[in-house]
Ligand binder design. Structure first.
Ligand code: UD1
Length: 432
């Protein structure tokens, strides 16, 4: 297993180009199952998760061509026919978002057998809302031996679906199924995340009729057939936010490009409140900090446009050195403070109680060996390592590789001392 070693102390100066969003790319890849024509996705991040999903889609009948296009990495996905409607446990368990093939498989073939994903490090993460939405659309669902057996011999039918609370995955899954259903589907209490808007835009370019994405009510008028198109994956707001926090932590001046400040406004306001400089630009944002200690600020995660749960670990790392006490509340996932004890190994002073963490800023952090527990937590540890004295070694880097493209290279180009220590190639269980 690879590890990442960081020698703290360097300021960050330079430019970081933000990649396409992992969380969008994987749903867009799944959308390719809905048509027998090629779907070309540009601005594609090259990540363990996208590679992994590529393997699953290949088994289902998709020809996956990863290539370098004129504007950067792109992937062309072409599914002339679905050769299998079966997604086995080993593949779904390793990446939860694989579960989202269920809806498109039912929509295109009328049946599917897909493994339930199981839990993961940050909580139980059930898929009940996904299944309820598919049932409302007319799928018959049975659960046996850890598998979802779904059929819809007469095809899916439009329905009104009101989610009891916001779920990004269930909203996307319902959209992916409803675009080929007969009649009109209305999704209420839908997620408003930018990745939902991106998915809707791509589906509409494929011939779907999706209206209202980005608001809590999405209306989908089913069509008989979708066609191929070209679509650029939306910028990765979580990657952008991560490097914004890294710059605020290490000090210096970092320009983030190929991204959008408006997508991380909740974070930028907190960074400004804490005392770092933020300049919103046409193609991203510049973060500046010159020496002065940051102030502790409180944060509560929420659905978009609230503070993203996927930036909570990074912000907690930032607060470990701030002046005063910061209260961080996690409202989306039940068990998402596993990075707190790892940050404590670096000298942070954090008390966790239920969904709340109190971070009392300390004067300095000291490098140590720490372990990544999930994707976003791992990058929080790297951020802390940027300022810890001496060397911090982050283990279980496969978590990081799932969601951050060329992290060492991007931080290294800004002056950070970050290197990868190669380990054996076995790929352990993933989550998230
Ligand atoms: C997606 C993102 C993840 C992000 C999260 C919240 C992807 C691949 N992942 O995850 O990075 O942290 O949104 O912004 O896009 N829930 C249920 N039943 C369900 C579905 C969800 O109880 O059927 C619960 C979850 O356990 C969680 C909450 O709802 O507590 C929100 O989860 P959801 O928005 O669905 O997150 P994901 O789509 O899994």
């Amino acid at each position: 297993m690879d590890r990442i070693a960081i020698v703290g102390g360097a300021r960050l100066n330079g430019e970081i180009q933000i990649s396409g969003a992992k969380n969008s790319a994987i749903k867009l890849m799944v959308a390719s199952l809905l048509t027998d024509e090629p779907l070309r996705l540009t601005n594609m991040p090259r990540l363990a998760d996208t590679r992994f999903l590529g393997h699953l889609l290949t088994r289902l009948g998709t020809l996956v061509d990863e290539r370098q296009g004129e504007t950067g990495s792109e992937t062309v996905l072409h599914t002339p026919e679905i050769v299998s409607s079966f997604a086995p446990y080993d593949l779904v368990r390793q990446m939860r978002a694989s579960f989202n093939v269920l809806g498109p498989l039912i929509a295109r073939t009328g049946h599917a057998k897909v493994s339930l994903p199981g839990g993961c490090a940050i909580g139980g993460r059930p898929v009940d809302l996904h299944l309820q939405a598919l049932e409302a659309l007319g799928a018959k669902i049975e659960l046996h031996e850890g598998y979802v057996y779904a059929t819809a011999p007469g095809g899916l039918k439009g329905a009104e679906i009101e989610f009891p609370f916001v779920s990004v995955g269930a909203t996307e899954h319902a959209m992916l199924a409803a675009v080929l259903a007969k009649g009109v589907t209305v999704l209420k209490t839908a997620a408003c995340e930018p990745e939902i808007v991106d998915l809707a835009e791509c589906l509409n370019k494929m011939g779907a009729k999706v209206e209202g994405a980005g608001t809590p009510t999405i209306t989908i008028t089913g069509v008989d057939k979708l066609h191929g198109t070209t679509h650029a994956v939306i910028t990765d707001r979580i990657e952008a936010g991560t490097y914004a926090v890294a710059a605020a932590m290490a000090g210096g001046e970092v320009r983030l490009t190929n991204t959008r400040a408006d997508l991380i406004e909740a974070l930028l306001q907190k960074i400004e409140e804490a005392g770092a400089g933020v300049e919103r630009t046409n193609d991203g944002v510049i973060i500046r900090r010159n020496g002065a200690r940051l102030k502790a600020v409180d944060v509560e995660t929420g659905v978009y446009p609230g503070f993203p749960t996927d930036l909570q670990a990074q912000f907690m790392a930032l607060m470990t050195l701030a002046d005063g006490e910061s209260v961080i509340r996690e409202t989306i996932f039940e068990n998402r403070f596993m990075h707190a004890p790892e940050l404590a190994r670096l000298g942070a002073d954090i008390t966790v109680s239920g969904t709340e963490a109190r971070v009392r800023g300390v004067e300095k952090l000291e490098g140590a060996q720490v372990m990544a527990t999930d994707l976003r937590a791992s990058v929080g540890l790297v951020i802390a390592g940027l300022v810890a004295s001496g060397e911090t070694v982050v283990g279980r880097v496969y978590h990081l590789d799932r969601g951050f493209e060329r992290l060492e290279e991007k931080l290294g180009a800004c002056g950070a001392d970050v290197r990868r220590i190669k380990g054996d190639a076995s790929i352990p269980e993933m989550d998230g």
